[in-house]
Design a protein around this ligand. Structure first.
Ligand SMILES: Cc1cc2nc3c(=O)[nH]c(=O)nc-3n(C[C@H](O)[C@H](O)[C@H](O)COP(=O)(O)OP(=O)(O)OC[C@H]3O[C@@H](n4cnc5c(N)ncnc54)[C@H](O)[C@@H]3O)c2cc1C
Length: 418
């Protein structure tokens, strides 16, 4: 009998298992894959995520794996509209990283094991076990030898990704759902100019978004995102569509790639829904993408999974300390949502590829005011409160920094005209 069974052992599952095991919970992780194993995901990890890795003692080992620190962001909104800067530091961390998932996920699973969790790879969970009252009590799974087996626990956590079996079997309620907004394909390249080594560069041109991030082994991940409606066209000729979009949206980068070597096949997906799920019920909980998924365009998923693993571990610790389970788990859901909702809205906006006139004016401010630019990157990085950044006071203050006469605020009510 375990205290907690965690289904899935990547970004959400392994850190949750590690945190719980460090606090003395008996944890079993069942993971279908065998690490190191890649997954379809780009992997820009925000500074706020690295703050958590540092707290857990895992940032140093990740850096030692040879992953280059990212210390500069350059976002092209048009040829003459570029925002440069970097997020303000948080707890001494002033970088992002884009580690290969083969490296990162294996490191997280090892950390869970070292903390005392039992992490079993090649184990595929097939269903949930319930008692007579319907409360979840464990799982049915196929083990690493292909045998059918059962495991029992006080709590089963679905850390099993956006198509979560635990969410499906428990009927976890969804809310704030938006349809998929983008389709993304990416590939790894070697041979780009060395000045890109510590830079995250993004090109936004109409309905194309290009991202370049440096990763292990002198390689660069170059991704091309398009609106979801382009999926059939894109999928029918990934390589052609990818290069045409690059030539149109980022011709200088396209020229660099012409002299570089592609290292692996193209990967990508259009299975990118946006939703929250109620993350708990009798005998079960959800963490990571299983409980909250959004378009990857703003690179939040990994850092969010780590934040939510910490929040859930805290809630489960409270339950062990005597707090009623409903109260602790409702607190987990509230904290997750409060920490993510403003960036969720921003992500859905950004993934809509629509730079409306007001947003364009704000971008002009970012391009000409370094402090605003850094705070913008900090909002995405999680080192500046998104609620504060998007507050009407801050947005109005930013618009006020435009040259006189270039912006006329629209007045909509008596408060504004007084
Ligand atoms: C194209 C793309 C680009 C992205 N880019 C970024 C980015 O740049 N930065 C960022 O922060 N995030 C990015 N993300 C999001 C990021 O990949 C996810 O948010 C993150 O992986 C969530 O971690 P997770 O552990 O919740 O889920 P997952 O990484 O999906 O892991 C779930 C695990 O559960 C296992 N599993 C599933 N079902 C079972 C079962 N029945 N039994 C046993 N095991 C099971 C799977 O094998 C898997 O290993 C991107 C995602 C995509 C699709």
């Amino acid at each position: 009998m375990h205290d907690v069974i965690v289904v899935g052992g990547r970004c959400a599952g392994s850190p949750l298992a590690m945190l719980l095991a460090r606090r003395g919970h008996r944890v079993l992780v069942l993971e279908r894959a065998a690490f190191p194993r890649d997954t379809v995901s780009t992997h820009y990890v925000q500074p706020s995520g690295l703050v958590r890795l540092a707290r857990w003692g895992l940032l140093e080992p990740l850096l030692a794996s040879g992953c280059p620190p990212v210390t500069e962001a350059v976002w092209w909104f048009a040829e003459d509209l570029v925002v440069r800067g970097f997020a303000p530091p948080m707890e001494g961390v002033s970088m992002a990283l884009a580690p290969r998932r083969t490296v990162l996920d294996a490191l997280l699973a090892d950390a869970a094991r070292q903390a005392g969790a039992q992490v079993r790879e090649r184990c595929s969970v097939r269903g949930l076990l319930r008692d007579a009252s319907g409360r979840v009590r464990g799982v049915r799974y196929r083990d690493e030898h292909g045998r059918e087996a059962e495991a029992h626990a006080d709590l089963v956590v679905g850390a099993d990704g956006r198509n979560s079996l635990v969410a499906r079997e428990t009927g976890a309620a969804e809310y704030h759902r938006r349809p998929p907004l983008t389709v993304v394909y990416y590939a790894y390249w070697r041979g780009l100019p060395p000045e890109r080594r510590n830079r995250n560069e993004v090109f936004l041109a109409g309905d194309k978004q290009i991202g370049v991030i440096p990763t292990h082994d002198d390689a660069y991940l170059v991704q091309v995102a398009r609106p979801h409606a382009f999926y059939p066209e894109y999928r029918s000729d990934v390589e052609g569509h990818y290069h045409r979009a690059l030539e149109e949206a980022a011709p200088s980068l396209a020229r660099e790639l012409a002299g570089a070597r592609r290292l692996e096949r193209f990967r990508g997906t259009a299975d990118l829904p946006n939703f929250y799920r109620r993350p708990y019920g009798p005998g079960w909980a959800l963490v990571g993408d299983a409980g909250y998924h959004k378009d990857p365009l703003t690179g939040q998923g990994i850092s969010d999974a780590w934040r939510d693993a910490e929040l859930l571990a805290d809630a489960l610790d409270q339950v062990r300390g005597g707090t009623p389970r409903e109260e602790a788990m409702a607190g987990y859901e509230r904290a997750r949502n409060a920490a993510s909702e403003a960036v969720y809205e921003f992500t859905c906006e950004a993934a809509g590829f629509d730079l409306d006139p007001m947003t364009r004016r704000l971008v002009e401010v970012l391009a000409s005011h370094q402090e605003d630019a850094d705070r913008f990157f900090g909002m995405i990085a999680g080192t500046v409160s998104a609620g504060t950044f998007f507050s009407p006071e801050n947005l109005l203050a930013m618009l006020g920094r435009l040259p006189a006469g270039s912006f006329t605020p629209v007045t909509t009510g008596p408060e504004e005209t007084r």
